[in-house]
Design a binder for this molecule. Structure first.
Ligand code: MRU
Length: 367
């Protein structure tokens, strides 16, 4: 199997040790503008404003943000271990508050918290001996954890890509929604990673990319990624999806996820539920591609998933201009939940899972 060289795919961010270089996705595709983020406020703002977006990518960016923040907080200072730990827990809590739906961010913050706690416990164990708590060493340990999270996400993308590509027949016409590509993750992408992988294995594929109102991740980012990779893509507005399917132009639907409950109910970009209903109506298979870090087996069903509501102007405006009365009331949920029973298969790095889904048992077995 051919793999895209790391240099050929766009990147959401690059870790530079003392800052996070981040591609501002709000300016794609017309500008590839890189931001140099150096503190908690800048990273939190970038996540809230969708300068970095996509469930896995915000988890990785959050982990790097936590490293920058703890370094800034304890620059050239010695610290009481408990004060340092409390400060770190406040940082990760602030990052958790940026966006509520994608669970990857929460998993990453929990993982960073665990590492911080273990570091402090180890230091306590030796304090009566020679070693004192060293904030610089603690930050270094957290940095290596953030880098590990990033590398692991890259690896998960490769494995999901291979499993997902097997579901794509040669000649397939695939409909996708939002952006699930390289800039939405630390690697090749989720659903788009499978599409890249199928393309690289020599399959002739055609992608229909939903524009994805209100913020146009499909038009601005997916169409750009696929076009740059030389993968045939037709951009459609969201309201065209039903008629494209009715015309028999879609063989399968492949999307990503922001949080998947134990029963397979899947929160993803607003509009995904409509595709699930259409898939069922037209008998078209719908696949979700997401790493196990997007699973939330603690939730029995999608009813428990918190759906982010965003600012009214995202809907009242189109590219900075009012396209509706400036004072009109708006409902702007960023995600919806597709019932697991509408989903033909959920692809993780472990393989293809089929309904009825039971991710609680799967993840308990994984330890
Ligand atoms: O609001 P966004 O752009 O962060 O939403 C992203 C999505 O809904 C993606 O489909 C999801 O995160 C999977 S991306 C690998």
């Amino acid at each position: 199997m051919t793999h895209l060289a790391a240099t050929e795919i766009p990147r959401a961010f690059l870790w530079k040790g003392d800052h996070l270089a981040l591609l501002d996705q709000t300016r794609l595709p017309t500008e590839q503008h890189w931001l140099m983020l150096r503190n908690l406020e800048e990273v939190a703002e970038a996540i809230k404003m969708l300068r970095v977006r996509g469930a896995p990518a915000i988890g990785v960016a959050g982990a790097y943000g936590a490293v920058l923040a703890i370094r800034n907080a304890w620059k050239d200072q010695s610290a009481e271990a408990s004060d340092w730990l409390n400060g770190f827990l406040e940082i990760t809590e602030a990052l958790r508050q940026t966006r509520p739906t994608a669970v990857n961010l929460f998993h990453c913050m929990d993982r960073m918290d665990r590492v911080a706690r273990v570091f402090v416990e180890d230091a306590r164990g030796t304090e009566s001996g020679m070693k004192r708590f060293d904030p610089a060493a603690a930050a270094e340990r957290l940095e290596s954890e953030a880098v590990a999270i990033h590398r692991e996400d890259e690896e998960l993308c490769s494995r999901m890509g291979s499993h997902g590509a097997e579901l794509i027949p040669d000649g397939a016409r695939i409909l996708t929604h939002c952006n699930t590509g390289a800039v939405a993750t630390g690697g090749l992408g989720t659903a788009l990673g499978a599409i890249y992988t199928a393309h690289l294995s020599g399959k002739k594929i055609q992608v229909y990319a939903d524009e994805t109102r209100p913020l146009l991740q499909g038009g601005r980012i997916t169409a750009w990624e696929l076009f740059e990779a030389g993968i045939p893509v037709k951009l459609i507005t969201d309201s065209m999806a039903a008629s494209v399917m009715a015309d028999g132009k879609v063989d399968l639907i492949m999307v990503g996820a922001d949080r998947i409950a134990a029963n397979g109910d899947t929160a993803n970009k607003i509009g995904t539920l409509g595709l699930g209903v259409l898939a069922k109506h037209f008998g078209i298979p719908m696949y979700v591609v997401a790493p196990t870090t997007t699973l939330d087996p603690a939730l029995a069903s999608g009813q428990e998933i918190v759906i982010e509501e965003r600012k009214a102007d995202e809907v009242r405006q189109f590219q900075g201009q009012y396209s509706a009365p400036p004072e009109v009331d708006v409902f702007n949920p960023a995600f919806d939940v597709t019932p697991g029973e509408f989903i033909s298969g959920i692809v993780t790095e472990l393989g293809v899972h089929r309904p009825p889904y039971d991710f609680r048992t799967l993840m308990a077995g994984k330890g």
